[in-house]
Design a protein around this ligand. Structure first.
Ligand code: GLU
Length: 280
């Protein structure tokens, strides 16, 4: 009799312990509890843009966007080891946020009105400019030189849109899914030029495997205000990320990330933007 009572009591304790574990552990509802223990935050980045968002051969991640995202995540209550990186290609970003695949996106993601109809943005946290990358011996130096030439850019990017709208409507635009594919096409001679943000192009040009092969035209064809994309309507997260970005600039971490990631590419970045101020 006595033995049975003890067993029942142990079972009750065990049941309590189990339910406590279920509450405190990773219940699959990711990116919501942060420092409270164990849970993860999913963040969208690029995987193929050296200096901004790059998956390294050893599986680690590097780049300015990765550093910004890591800093922001920390302010939201998540340590670096609680981050689950998700690749968000240019054409996938709005859908990834709408579906809730990621909590936020830091992926060379320019703020513009078309996108603001679908997602919300914190920031901006960097101002870049559209430019051209060509082979070192190319005689393309300005946008009108692209008439009739093969020009590579990426589907779903502002770079491709700007080409069609005004920068080079007479170029033969080839749209691929990522900039690394465009760089390969440029190297092989399949295209004559690659266009996107100067920040991205500088990172490719500085890679060991491409050293000396390419040059940037230095044209500043547009203003690209990088924002952190958040699901439409998630104002609380936008506000928290804006606070984090402001702190990142004021405590020097923003400049440190700039130096570490853009220094090797010799990319002359613009000063830190003011939160909420878009350069048109
Ligand atoms: N910043 C531009 C954009 O958001 C070009 C880079 C990219 O495709 O991520 O479209």
């Amino acid at each position: 009799m006595k033995l049975r009572k003890v067993t029942a009591a142990s079972a009750a304790v065990l049941a309590l312990a189990l339910s406590a574990t279920a509450c405190g552990g990773d219940d699959g509802n990711d990116s919501d509890s942060g420092a409270s223990g164990g849970s993860k935050i999913k963040i969208g980045i690029k995987y193929d843009q050296p200096g901004l968002g790059l998956k390294e051969p050893d599986g680690s991640f590097s780049g300015f966007d990765v550093d910004v995202a890591t800093y922001v995540a920390k302010q939201l209550g998540y340590d670096a080891n609680q981050i689950e990186w998700v690749e968000t290609k240019s054409a996938d970003r709005e859908n990834a946020l709408a579906r809730g695949d990621v909590k936020f996106i830091a992926a060379t993601y320019s703020i513009n009105d078309e996108r603001k109809a679908k997602v919300d943005f914190a920031g901006p946290y960097l101002l870049a400019h559209q430019d051209l990358l060509v082979k070192s011996d190319s005689d393309i130096t300005k946008a009108t030189d692209l008439n009739g030439k093969k020009l590579c850019s990426v589907t779903g990017s502002t770079s491709a849109q700007n080409v069609k709208n005004d920068i080079a409507p007479k170029a033969q635009l080839k749209e691929l899914s990522g900039y690394s594919e465009c760089v390969a096409a440029l190297q092989s001679g399949a295209v004559d030029a690659l266009t996107t943000d100067d920040s991205i192009l500088a990172g490719f040009a500085a890679q060991d495997k491409y050293k000396g092969q390419f040059k940037l035209a230095g044209l500043k064809l547009s203003n690209e205000n990088y924002g952190v994309g958040v699901k439409k309507g998630d104002t609380a997260t936008v506000n928290k990320i804006n606070d984090a970005l402001e702190k990142m600039v004021s405590d020097g971490a923003w400049q440190k990330a700039v130096d570490a990631n853009f220094g090797p590419a010799d990319y002359k970045n613009e000063p830190a933007p003011k939160i909420g101020v878009i350069v048109k």
